[in-house]
Design a binder for this molecule. Structure first.
Ligand code: SAM
Length: 247
């Protein structure tokens, strides 16, 4: 039987420059912004009417993990990383067809002479993610208040208080100014670097097995144009140490 060949309609430009630290679902970190830049063939007409929707479904390819294949059973972080469920009972990135599905906020539609850019909020998407399709979120069908969430019924708990060193506080303010300047008057600014860091770290991005460890280890992740470094303290506190601009 012949099926269509799929191809990306555009690519994501996101604050998340590596996998580590990305929330495990969309909307857990509302301050995470991204742009979906549509390929040239998709002009203004292809999104006409979209501006009336507050949220979108994004169909995308897990391009960074697709080479690693898949397994019939996976260990979801929600179950502490030690119980297995079937791949189709999970939102694992390692799937027979490496397709992801995220509902995200549509903040703005920007149409220039050369391209169409959709400004998105609350993304869980890596920079460079290829997007296969967009569909408007329809509250009357897509919102099911009585739906059951299986082993992931509850929202993830915020377990940590995030503190900032004096240096990190001023580096956050500088990063916001710098990003606004780089953005150079284009739409979709509103950088909230400190808020973004709090929202990411309070969910504790460490893999389950590291959460049991007590260590002075310094963790790092790449966000926008800087490396974020932090440490776990006692009493569920996290200290942001510094934001270092990448060379
Ligand atoms: N909401 C989507 C879904 O349910 O299909 C994604 C869920 S998946 C558990 C979320 C994780 O996918 C993120 O934490 C990030 O590590 C990973 N991810 C995001 N974009 C990716 C990409 N392009 N390639 C590989 N992994 C990616």
């Amino acid at each position: 039987m012949a099926f269509s060949n799929f191809y990306p309609i555009g690519f994501i430009s996101s604050c998340y420059k590596e996998k580590f630290g990305i929330p495990r679902q969309p909307n857990l970190v509302p301050a995470a912004t991204a742009q979906l830049i549509l390929n040239k063939e998709f002009g203004e007409e292809s999104i006409r009417g979209l501006e009336g929707f507050s949220h979108l479904w994004i169909n995308f390819i897990f391009h960074k993990t697709q080479e690693q294949g898949w397994k019939t059973m996976v260990r979801p972080p929600r179950l502490g990383g030690n119980k297995k469920v079937g791949v189709f009972a999970s939102r694992s990135t390692f799937r027979p067809n490496p397709l992801g599905l995220s509902v995200v906020a549509l903040l703005d539609c920007e149409v220039t002479a050369r391209k169409v850019i959709l400004h998105l909020g609350g993304c869980d998407l890596l920079d460079g993610t290829p997007v296969l399709d967009i569909k408007p979120y329809l509250p009357y069908v897509d919102n099911i208040p009585e739906a059951k969430g299986g082993f992931a019924n509850e929202e993830p708990k915020v377990l940590h208080e995030v503190l900032f060193s004096e240096g990190a506080k001023s580096q956050c303010a500088m990063a916001e100014k710098r990003l606004t300047r780089i953005q150079n008057g284009q739409k979709g600014g509103g950088w909230q670097v400190k808020q973004l860091i709090i929202q990411i770290l309070q969910l504790d991005p460490r893999p389950s097995y590291q959460k049991q460890e007590k260590s002075d280890r310094i963790y790092a992740m790449k966000l926008y144009d800087f490396d974020l470094r932090w440490q776990y303290l006692d009493d569920n506190k996290i200290k942001v140490l510094e934001l270092i601009i990448r060379g």
